[in-house]
Design a protein around this ligand. Structure first.
Ligand code: ADP
Ligand code: ZN
Length: 225
C-alpha cells in the first residue's frame, strides 16, 4: 500500500435534508484536506449554468424529487475520476438510493478504493423542518447560514464573500415535506445497507453543532497532518 493510500479518508455523510450534512462536510473537508463532493451543489451549478443537464435536473429538484440515478451516477463517476480525490473525499448527499450505493461501490472498486466511514446524522422531523425553512445559503461561495441559530454578522450578507444570501428554491415548507418523505422511502434503506457492511457510525444532531462535531471527530480520529 502506498503512503497516500494509507492516509486516504473516504467518508459518506448520510441523513435527512436539514440534518447538517453540508455544514459538517465543510469542516471535515478543511480539517482533513479532502474535497467535499455534494451532488446537490453540482446540480445547482448545472441549473445556474442553464446546461441541458441543469434544465433536466431542475424539474425534479423543484418538486422535491430525486434526480434519476443514471444522471447522478454519471456526475459521480466524472467527479471521482478527478485527481484531487487521491487522498479521499467526503460525499454529501450521495448516494441517496440503493442503486446509487451499488453504483458507487462499482466505481470505487474500479478505482481500487475503499470506503472508511458512513456517518449517519439523526434529527427529529419537527426540528428538521424548522432548520430547513430558516436556512439561507450563499449562491457564490456556498456557505450555509441559519436565521435562528447561525445568522450572518450583517443581515442578508455572506460573512465569507460579501454576496447576498438567499433561500434555496426547494427550502419552502411544501417541498420540504416532500423531500422528507422521499428520504424515508428511498434513502433511509441505505442505513441498513451500510450497517450490514460494518461501515455505519451514528451521530445525533439535536445537541447542536459543537456536540455533533465532537462525535464525528471521535469517529474520524486525529487530523492527518
Ligand atoms: P438536501 O440534502 O437538503 O435535500 P441537496 O442539496 O443534497 O439538499 O439536494 C437537493 C436536491 O438535489 C434533492 O432534493 C434532489 O432533487 C437533488 N439531488 C441531490 N443529490 C441527489 C442524489 N444523489 N440523487 C438524486 N437526487 C439528488
Ligand atoms: Zn459567500
Amino acid at each position: 500500500m502506498s503512503e497516500s493510500e494509507a492516509k486516504a479518508l473516504r467518508i459518506i455523510l448520510l441523513g435527512p435534508p436539514g440534518c447538517g450534512k453540508g455544514t459538517h462536510s465543510a469542516w471535515i473537508s478543511e480539517d482533513y484536506g479532502i474535497p467535499q463532493i455534494s451532488t446537490g451543489d453540482i446540480l445547482r451549478e448545472a441549473v445556474a449554468e442553464g446546461s441541458d443537464l441543469g434544465k433536466d435536473a431542475q424539474r425534479y429538484m423543484d418538486a422535491g424529487k430525486l434526480v434519476p440515478d443514471e444522471i447522478i451516477l454519471g456526475l459521480a463517476r466524472e467527479r471521482l475520476a478527478q485527481p484531487d480525490v487521491a487522498r479521499g473525499f467526503i460525499l454529501d448527499g450521495f448516494p441517496r438510493t440503493i442503486p446509487q450505493a451499488d453504483g458507487l461501490a462499482e466505481i470505487l472498486e474500479k478505482l481500487e478504493q475503499r470506503l472508511d466511514h458512513v456517518i449517519e446524522i439523526t434529527l427529529d422531523r419537527e426540528e428538521l423542518i424548522r432548520r430547513i425553512t430558516s436556512r439561507r445559503v450563499c449562491p457564490n461561495c456556498k456557505a450555509v447560514y441559519n436565521l435562528s441559530f447561525k445568522p450572518p454578522e450583517r443581515e442578508g450578507i455572506c460573512d465569507r464573500c460579501g454576496a447576498r444570501i438567499v433561500q434555496r428554491e426547494d427550502d419552502t415548507r411544501e417541498t420540504v415535506l416532500q423531500r422528507l418523505e422521499v428520504y424515508e422511502r428511498q434513502t433511509a434503506p441505505l442505513i441498513d445497507y451500510y450497517r450490514e457492511r460494518g461501515l455505519l457510525r451514528v451521530v445525533r444532531a439535536d445537541e447542536g453543532y459543537d456536540a455533533t462535531r465532537a462525535q464525528i471527530e471521535g469517529y474520524l480520529g486525529g487530523k492527518t497532518e
